[in-house]
Design a protein. Structure first.
Length: 133
């Protein structure tokens, strides 16, 4: 069923964070095994931020099932706020590349907000009755 907006947004932020942690772990493992070079790490992290934000925003919208654009943008904003809090905690507030991070995270949220087949409407055709004369 549907949930309230704060609960749905919290769910989306948690999903985005989980995708980020798992993705970062996979990337570090791949770099450690020298399957890809460290030079590609920046681009990989950029893609990871967009994908995490996108999946988190989609997850929250699927929970809330209402107000697609505000829900997706608020979820990506909350996810960005979480990333900023973690930056303060672990990197002593050294905000390098925050503008790029913010842009990527918000792009992921806006991508999730683009109209498409919403939850529960995958592949179903709607038959419209034509007026008979």
């Amino acid at each position: 069923g549907t949930v309230s907006m704060p609960v749905g947004i919290l769910w989306g932020v948690l999903m985005a964070f989980l995708v980020t942690v798992i993705g970062a772990s996979v990337v570090s493992y791949i770099i450690e095994k020298e399957m890809i070079s460290e030079n590609t790490m920046g681009y990989t992290v950029m893609v990871l931020l967009i994908v995490s934000s996108y999946l988190g925003a989609r997850a929250s919208y699927r929970k809330i099932r209402n107000l697609r654009l505000p829900v997706c943008v608020l979820t990506s904003g909350a996810y960005l706020a979480l990333l900023m809090c973690l930056t303060i905690l672990f990197f002593e507030g050294k905000f390098t590349g925050v503008g790029v991070t913010a842009l990527l995270v918000l792009c992921g949220g806006i991508l999730a907000a683009l109209p498409g087949k919403g939850p529960g409407r995958v592949g179903k055709r709607r038959n419209f009755k034509r007026p008979t004369r």
